[in-house]
Structure formats: structure tokens, C-alpha cells
Design a protein around this ligand. Structure first.
Ligand code: ADP
Length: 259
């Protein structure tokens, strides 16, 4: 099973603006294990998108370096895929042909790419919708297809930018459960930006709490809860409170339970 180990060494990103220099990221040092699920949470402007863009190879650090499996990231990598909030499906292609797209671009023969795409559709529970078009499906289903498309190319790492941000609360919970199940099966390295604190506690092995001015990783919170996770357990609640406290959204962070 291919999984990417990612190492960030003193990653700094500065943007020159009219009013001076913005430090979007200040000296981020981080090691992400292969197969780890990491969530990034933090207020607007703390550098989450900048960090994700640098990991994706869409942008570059002003200082420091990012390595994936020992190789410096110097541009977009085939083994890293990004899942956005807007599903990015092609409306004129069927669901199956959307999922096949990355394989088609890589020149995988038709038969093989059909099989691989169908397996991924199966994984997200949508194989019976293979011949539908995206507009015939709900937002939640479209995002599951985007996930199937990401998985179809068998990446080592999936970067997610608020993947469930456009979905209603119930659909969101269902997709979080589905993603947790798929991650346990596939063990891809996942780095997911989210504004949803509960989502981060539900999904992550570690939560990176970020802060602004300068953008930085303020605290790393390990989530040692067994999977599948129960959102109603006292331990879950305690971790949620801890993330809130780190984000300075509540003052009472005194633990009631030992974790
Ligand atoms: P987040 O995703 O956490 O909201 P960003 O990574 O988008 O934060 O931005 C971090 C900081 O860098 C912000 O202050 C933002 O204004 C600044 N920034 C981001 N991209 C640019 C850019 N292309 N030019 C100038 N400043 C930028």
C-alpha cells in the first residue's frame, strides 16, 4: 500500500503586499507519517490554504522545504491529489467517466480504467449511478464521486480543502463516517483543512491548530480515540473542548476526564 511521508522543514511563506510583507507561514516544522490523517484548523488568514498549496506543489515556500518520501516538492505531483469544496466534476461526463478522468489522462487502457473506476464508485456506494450525470445527483453524492475520482488514481496522499463545507449537517456527518471508513481501508495520507471542530476530532489522528499573525502551527493535538469514533463519548467531548480552547473560543479548558 502506497502512503506518503511528508516532512516540512522550517517552511516559511511571505507575500509582498502594498502595505508591506505578510508572513503567511512562519517556520513550520512538521513530520506527517505515511497513512496519517491530519486536520488543520484555525481562524481565517492563519495560512491553511497557503500550507495546502505548498504541499500540493501549486506554490513554493519562501524559505525551508517540503519533502514527500524524501523528494523535494518542486511542483504538482501525480501521487498527491486535492479534493476541493466545489466538487469540480465535469457536467458533460457521466459519473463513471468523471471517475475515470485521471486514469484516462495517465493513459491507462480503457478496460482497466473502467474496472478501477467502478471499484472506487463501489467504495463510495455509488456504482449504481455510474451512467448518471453530476446534475442528477445531490451535493453529497457529487462529493462522494469527487472522492472516488481522487481514489481512482491510487494517490499516496490526498489533500482536502474544506471538502464537506458546502453540505448540510446531516450529509456532512454521513460523509465523515464514509471517509473514516475508506481511510481505514486504504490508509492514504490525508491532510484536511476544516472549519468544523467536531469533524477534526472525528477524523484526525492529529489536529494542527493554527494561529494568525504570523500564520503558524500553534499546537498539535493528538487524537488517541479508538475508531470507529463515537461523537457522544466523554473523551470525544473533552477533545472537542480542548480544540475550542486552543482556538480561544472558550475559556474553560479544564479537563473533566483523563484521556
Ligand atoms: P487561510 O486559508 O487560513 O484563511 P491563507 O493561507 O489564505 O489563510 O492566507 C494567509 C495569509 O496570507 C493571509 O494574511 C492572506 O491575506 C495572505 N495571503 C495569502 N495569499 C496571498 C497572496 N497571493 N498575496 C498576498 N497575500 C496573501
Amino acid at each position: 500500500m502506497k502512503q506518503a511521508r511528508i516532512v516540512l522543514r522550517s517552511v516559511e511563506k511571505r507575500f509582498a503586499t502594498r502595505s508591506g510583507t505578510t508572513v503567511a507561514l512562519a517556520a513550520v516544522d512538521l513530520e506527517i507519517r505515511g497513512g496519517e490523517f491530519v486536520c488543520l484548523v484555525g481562524p481565517s488568514g492563519c495560512g491553511k490554504s497557503t500550507l495546502l498549496n505548498i504541499l500540493a506543489g501549486f506554490d513554493f515556500p519562501s524559505r525551508g522545504s517540503v519533502e514527500i518520501d524524501g523528494a523535494i516538492v518542486d511542483g504538482p505531483q501525480r501521487r498527491v491529489v486535492t479534493l476541493f469544496q466545489s466538487y469540480g466534476l465535469f457536467p458533460w461526463r457521466s459519473v463513471l467517466r468523471n471517475v475515470e478522468y485521471g486514469l484516462e489522462v495517465s493513459g491507462v487502457p480503457r478496460r482497466q480504467r473502467r474496472d478501477q473506476a467502478m471499484q472506487c464508485l463501489d467504495l463510495v456506494g455509488l456504482s449504481s449511478f455510474a451512467e448518471h450525470h453530476p446534475h442528477e445527483l445531490s451535493g453529497g453524492m457529487q462529493q462522494r464521486i469527487a472522492l472516488a475520482r481522487a481514489l481512482a488514481v491510487d494517490p499516496e496522499c490526498i489533500l482536502m480543502d474544506e471538502p464537506f463545507g458546502a453540505l448540510d449537517a446531516i450529509t456532512r456527518i454521513k460523509l465523515q463516517e464514509e471517509l473514516a471508513r475508506i481511510w481505514e481501508e486504504k490508509r492514504k495520507t490525508i491532510i484536511c483543512v476544516t472549519h468544523d471542530i467536531e469533524e477534526s476530532v472525528f477524523l484526525a489522528d492529529r489536529i494542527l491548530v493554527m494561529a494568525t499573525n504570523p500564520g503558524r502551527v500553534k499546537t498539535v493535538i493528538p487524537v488517541p480515540l479508538p475508531r470507529p469514533r463515537s461523537r457522544t463519548s466523554p473523551e470525544f467531548d473533552e477533545l472537542r473542548r480542548r480544540v475550542y480552547a486552543e482556538l480561544e473560543l472558550v475559556h474553560d479548558s479544564k479537563p473533566d476526564f483523563e484521556i
